[in-house]
Write a protein that binds this ligand. Structure first.
Ligand SMILES: *Cc1c(COP(=O)(O)O)cnc(C)c1O
Length: 384
């Protein structure tokens, strides 16, 4: 008997404690956590610097509302601006709220309504962000959606051209579709979309809720492609497990979000921002990100090598530590078997096993995970 709405289909694991890449359940079984709270605990569980920052903040002040100046907000905003193409930050509590703010800001600034998004995208569960999401399974049963979202095929520039007109406020996209199946955009496509936006007076919104905060080896994944988005949204990895989201926008947008235009009671909460500040001070260091690039390159190479002869695996793709293994109908079976063998991974789309190790994962932990993945896939192959 549960007192919860069954909105999630949960694993049969009850977590007792967690530290780094390790997670311990009620029966004292140990797991290697390659889910990281869905790309949230990018520094592993309970990173000591983040824990210390939160503990110190707990002894100072928990919440005052945005009627007051909160200097931590300035500190975290400065870091986000310094390491992105944006100039000003709005804080909220989740990815959906960051995208909700982006949709409102784009409409208000451009005085236009149409927003072009992509098939298989995921932008959140509020009414506007659900409407932005190009997946009917997310829409089903909720009645009429918010108007003027147009979904076009990903990586299809002709389709974007056709949809773009003088009523288009923005194009909103993930540079790697996370929930949709770890599907990367092509560099030329992204460049062409940005160019098209500039030509037509539409904004480019990049949803970095999953790909941001070092996950792909750069502060934000769009930086692999030389883009300069008008709006960037972040959340998941930003607070290392404390709830915080952010919209980062260019300076010309600032006046469209003046006093009274948008808000959030909890947005920019001091405890969450203490966690965010400690998180960014580690992750945005070039040395840390170089190490992420090196470790993730090793991990990807090993996966490719060890799984090359497995017939049901067609592609392994992604960037940094956002990795998808395309394995057709084996998806749920492989995820369950890996879990039984002490490795936590998750799905993406209907046929992809997604790996999201903490960015702090060690060589030893990677090798341990590689052995589990290899053994299970080879066993599966031999039983065919
Ligand atoms: C998870 C996710 C969201 C939604 O974030 P929530 O914090 O669950 O509201 C939005 N966009 C992308 C790309 C995501 O991965």
């Amino acid at each position: 008997m549960s007192f919860l709405f069954p909105t999630y289909q949960r694993f049969d694991v009850k977590v007792k404690s967690a530290s780094g890449a390790k997670l311990v359940d009620e029966n004292d079984k140990e797991y290697l956590d390659f889910i990281s709270g869905i790309a949230v605990c990018n520094l592993g569980h309970r990173h000591p610097d983040v824990q210390k920052a939160v503990e110190e903040q707990l002894n100072q002040v928990w919440h005052v509302s945005n009627l007051f100046h909160v200097s931590l907000q300035e500190d975290v905003a400065e870091l986000l601006v310094q390491y992105s193409d944006g100039d000003a930050v709005f804080f909220c509590n989740s990815g959906a709220e960051a995208n909700e703010a982006a949709i409102k800001l784009a409409r208000k600034y451009t005085k236009r309504h149409k927003i072009i998004t992509f098939e298989k995208s995921f932008h959140g569960r509020t009414f506007a962000t659900m409407s932005a999401t190009g997946q009917s399974k997310i829409h089903d049963g909720f009645g009429p959606l918010l108007q003027e979202f147009v979904y076009v095929p990903y990586n299809d520039i002709e389709a974007v051209k056709k949809a773009m007109d003088e009523t288009t406020a923005a194009v909103m996209l993930e540079v790697i579709q996370g929930e949709g199946g770890v599907v990367p955009a092509q560099a030329e496509f992204l460049q062409a979309v940005q160019h098209l936006c500039q030509e037509n007076g539409a904004l480019l919104i990049v949803d970095e809720v999953q790909t941001g905060i070092g996950r792909t080896g750069k502060p934000f994944a769009y930086q692999h492609y030389g883009l300069s988005p008008d709006i960037i949204t972040a959340a998941k990895g930003l607070g290392s497990g404390l709830p915080v989201g952010a919209l980062i926008g260019k300076s010309r947008l600032i006046e469209a979000f003046g006093p009274g235009s948008h808000g959030s009671t909890f947005g920019g909460n001091p405890i969450a921002l203490a966690a965010a500040k400690a998180t960014l001070q580690i992750i945005f260091q070039q040395g840390f990100l170089n190490e992420v690039e090196q470790k993730s390159a090793y991990f990807m190479e090993e996966l490719q090598k060890r799984l090359s002869s497995v017939p049901f695996i067609s592609t392994i793709r992604g960037k940094g530590f956002l990795i998808g293994i395309e394995c057709g109908e084996k998806q749920s079976e492989l995820i369950a078997k890996m879990r039984e063998n002490g490795l936590l991974v998750l799905g993406a789309g209907p046929s992809v096993v997604r790996l999201l190790p903490p960015l702090t994962v060690t060589m030893e932990e990677m090798d341990q995970a590689l052995n589990i993945i290899e053994n299970i896939c080879i066993q599966e192959k031999n039983s065919l």
